[in-house]
Write a protein that binds this ligand. Structure first.
Ligand code: MG
Length: 388
């Protein structure tokens, strides 16, 4: 029976923010946040996330991690005040019924997304970790079994200040055995088309190149740009139009000759379902830190019923939700690979104990029961318990 749920805010300083240095006119505020002019989105200058620890009466422990890169206290408070106490006395070997019951508690008030579901996601990962540890099995065995022994990793972001440096950086990773990269149009200072053409010229025909378009365009502008990128053999175009613009998503996907990838910002199967029905994309990018294990698997299985491919997103964290994402991805037949944020994964890997690694273009699943990873001693220098 679950006896305690605790949360820990982890804040790890960075020398260079995620996605690379600040551009002209971008300034950091008193909370350590800044807005990137390229996509009008707020980013932290730290690696911030939230850990969830679930403990049973007999002392067994499971670990989860939430998406909490800004305002982590909001997610922590939802867990400390609301969701954590509702778990006390529940059996951690029933993660899906527990997740369903907790999700139901706030529906009538309109909470079926946002910070509420982020909190639920981290808790759900911890309960699944605990359930698998109690069973003595790696998590993927509880999710139906291991379909993939390793997962291809694509290098994401190219966080360098100039195009020449980004191209050199991508070339380095390709030489290390990585077969795919993705650039961010929001920091492609010479424009997405020049970035794509220069990358293709340097990397040759065999490396796959994707473009993250950061929800920036109208459907027409996106379609035109994707056509120009297609001339350089674009792998997939990610997030071409605003997340609210479902008609635009459908229009772009119908007209583009390139794969369209969507979904990193969605949290539940209810957000995926109408887009799958309308064929708004042929690749989905679920983010484990938003979905948790239960919802990730529901989304993944549903996508398979629509013959849609799955290439999960990887956000900022110390590695706990990343491990959960690898286990869940390894259980899904349509999963073609996983995003690899080298500037987050590699630098934070020493915060977790366990055999998770990404080498020569492939992720290797952590071994052992549960997630196969847990927070290590080094992490506690950057963690503080949220008391509520
Ligand atoms: Mg993205």
């Amino acid at each position: 029976m679950i006896a305690a749920v605790e949360t820990y805010v982890v804040v790890v300083p960075r020398d260079v923010p995620y996605l690379g240095p600040l551009r002209e006119g971008e300034t950091v505020n008193s909370r350590g946040y800044f807005i990137r002019r390229g996509n009008r989105s707020v980013y932290p200058t730290t690696d911030t996330s939230l850990l969830v620890k679930v403990t049973t009466a007999s002392g067994a422990v499971g670990w989860g991690e939430c998406y909490a890169i800004v305002a982590p206290g909001a997610v922590a408070e939802i867990l400390t005040d609301l969701l954590g106490p509702l778990c006390i006395g529940r059996d951690p070997r029933d993660p899906v019924p527990l997740h369903e019951d907790l999700y139901d508690t706030m529906r009538v008030r309109g909470f079926f997304g946002g910070y509420f579901v982020d909190a639920l996601a981290g808790l759900d990962i911890a309960v699944w970790d605990l359930a698998a540890r109690l069973a003595g099995l790696p998590l993927h065995r509880l999710l139906g079994g291991r379909r993939h022994a390793t997962l291809p990793a694509y290098v994401s972001g190219l966080p360098k200040p100039t195009l020449a440096e980004r191209v050199a950086f991508a070339t380095e990773w390709a030489a290390r055995g990585f077969g795919a990269v993705k650039f961010a149009a929001a920091v492609a200072d010479e424009g997405a088309e020049a970035e794509m053409a220069t990358l293709r010229g340097a990397l040759g025909p065999d490396i796959r190149i994707a473009c993250d378009m950061h929800w920036k365009h109208t459907a027409l502008a996106a379609t035109r740009l994707i056509d120009r990128l297609h001339a350089h053999d674009l792998w997939f175009a990610e997030a071409p139009v605003a997340p609210e613009d479902m008609e635009g998503q459908r229009e772009v996907a119908a007209k583009a000759r390139t794969s369209i990838a969507l979904g990193e910002e969605w949290r539940t199967a209810f957000e995926y379902r109408p887009r799958l029905v309308a064929r708004c994309m042929d690749v989905i990018q679920p983010e484990m830190a938003h979905t948790g294990v239960t919802e990730f698997m529901k989304i993944g299985r549903m996508a398979e019923a629509f013959h849609c491919r799955i290439i999960p997103h990887a956000s900022i964290g110390i590695g706990i939700f990343q491990a959960a994402s690898l286990h869940a991805s390894a259980a899904l037949q349509n999963c073609d690979g996983h995003e690899y944020q080298h500037s987050i994964f590699d630098r934070n890997l020493h915060f977790v104990e366990g055999g998770m690694r990404c080498e020569a273009g492939f992720y290797h699943l952590p071994e052992g029961p549960g997630l196969g990873v847990a927070p290590g001693a080094e992490m506690w220098r950057f963690a503080r318990r949220h008391e509520g």
